[in-house]
Design a protein around this ligand. Sequence first.
Ligand SMILES: C[S@@+](CC[C@H](N)C(=O)[O-])C[C@H]1O[C@@H](n2cnc3c(N)ncnc32)[C@H](O)[C@@H]1O
Length: 232
Amino acid sequence: MSSSSFNAEEHKNMLRSYFNGQGFQRWASIYGDDKLSTVRNTVRQGHAVMMDKAFSWLQQLNLPKGATILDAGCGTGLFSIRLAKEGYKVKAVDIASQMVEKAKADATMQGVNNNIDFEVNTIESVKGTYDAVVCFDVLIHYPSEGFRQAFSNLSSLTRGSVIFTYAPYNNILAFQHWLGGYFPKKERRTTIQMIRAEEMEKAMTENRMVTRNSEKISWGFYHTMLMNTARR
Ligand SMILES: C[S@@+](CC[C@H](N)C(=O)[O-])C[C@H]1O[C@@H](n2cnc3c(N)ncnc32)[C@H](O)[C@@H]1O
């Protein structure tokens, strides 16, 4: 999809319907404890590695207990619940009501629902001011124009850092992505949108953000770039 043909509303509707339907089943089982295929198990493990690293970066910010954190695109609430258990005040937002309901149910079961304010909303429209913003494995579903709109909103909401993942463009990944289109059951794949280095730099400059840490996480079939960015 070229940036000129990007239709923000259509794209959001497509993501909402995927993550309320087939995507909910798929990701809820990856983020839960269902038995998984070897391939999906590497996605679960890679995601856990990414979250541990992100959590350690967040702790290095030395935010006080009770600091406010926005988990944008919270999914089933894995990270929100972890934050709430550490004593942070969490705003957990997701475009898919199914995801929010699951996150709420799990938070209630684990006794931390009072520390989390849930909302069905998008990362482009959510409002407020937070001590930090996190956004994991959401921007990977946005082509460059949508990525820039969403990143712009997220950086306007933080007093400090935005910790997020994205899929950097590289030829091998681009090739696999293209090849993936030929595999049967391709409808099971979530489309991953790769962002070129110059587009990433542009988004950072436009929003007056700088990179504090970046780390490529590669674990079996899970590949992502984890970024810790902050206001200049
Ligand atoms: C692959 S899951 C990641 C969930 C969670 N961040 C995690 O890492 O455990 C992607 C999530 O992003 C949500 N999402 C996609 N586009 C979104 C948008 N524009 N605004 C808010 N949430 C969105 C989906 O509904 C889904 O729950």
